[in-house]
Design a protein around this ligand. Structure first.
Ligand code: ZN
Length: 249
């Protein structure tokens, strides 16, 4: 009993005086070189800052005072976690180098997916087409994909106001219609739709798009939907279909 308490007290004493910050700097020097982090413009001081909370946890869990090499080895074994933390740190910068953009996308997919609007602008600026392709996928998987694709950047990112939350484009209704092949989509829908629904669409003058076409009466109360107004010729097509319709045999 007494000896256990003694050990605990001893343990507490080195932890109380342990200089996590200084130790993190020492570990950072070794790791910075081993991981070759110069190319992403990360300084040893920044790495030390990133490492500090991680090292704090590692030290807290230890019974004996650690050596820097031991902690470096441990952090290297959990390298993915460390690279993710570095990516998160880089992401807080306003402007990124091509290498930094690539590093974030390669090492922190989930984070990159959520930060796709910012990373897209940086990737475009540097002409990183392969990164844009990767981001498009990560946005679908981890971001906030919307039901309609932007005609300009191809991300699922067009708001009901026809603004793109990825590339910032403001799209005209005509451009949207072109990009989704609206005319064909409308005709295909109209061929199978109930005649009452077609009359409703004609009377309203618009149709709802949220992944698929719907009549105005089925517009979702909350959430996402785009109202697409029909051109004169599109209305004509629907009228033609209505007049052609034969009564059921
Ligand atoms: Zn866009």
């Amino acid at each position: 009993m007494a000896s256990a308490r003694g050990r605990r007290r001893g343990r507490r004493s080195w932890k109380e005086t342990f200089d996590v910050k200084g130790f993190a700097t020492e570990v950072a020097k070794g790791l910075h070189q081993r991981l070759g982090l110069d190319y992403i413009g990360l300084t040893v001081e920044e790495l030390a800052e990133i490492l500090e909370p991680m090292i704090g946890e590692l030290v807290e869990a230890r019974a004996t005072k650690p050596k820097a090499e031991v902690i470096v080895a441990k952090l290297e074994r959990g390298k993915q976690l460390l690279l993710k933390a570095i990516a998160a740190h880089l992401l807080s910068r306003d402007e990124l180098t091509p290498e930094q953009v690539e590093f974030i996308v390669a090492n922190a997919e989930e984070l990159a997916g959520r930060a796709a609007p910012k990373l897209y602008r940086q990737a475009e600026k540097h002409g990183l087409d392969h990164v844009v392709d990767a981001l498009r996928y990560l946005w679908e998987r981890y971001g906030n994909p919307l039901p309609v694709k932007c005609p300009r950047c191809g991300f699922s990112s067009l708001t009901p106001d026809l603004e793109c939350i990825i590339c910032g484009a403001r799209v005209s209704e005509e451009e949207l219609k072109q990009s989704i092949g609206f005319r064909e989509m409308l005709l295909e829908y109209a061929r199978t739709a109930d005649k009452g629904i077609l009359r409703e669409i004609l009377a309203a003058g618009f149709i709802i798009l949220n992944g698929e076409l719907k009549p105005p009466s089925l517009r979702p109360a909350g959430g996402y939907s785009i109202a697409i107004y029909l051109s004169r010729s599109e209305k004509e097509e629907i009228r033609r279909l209505l007049s052609e319709a034969k009564p059921p045999a």
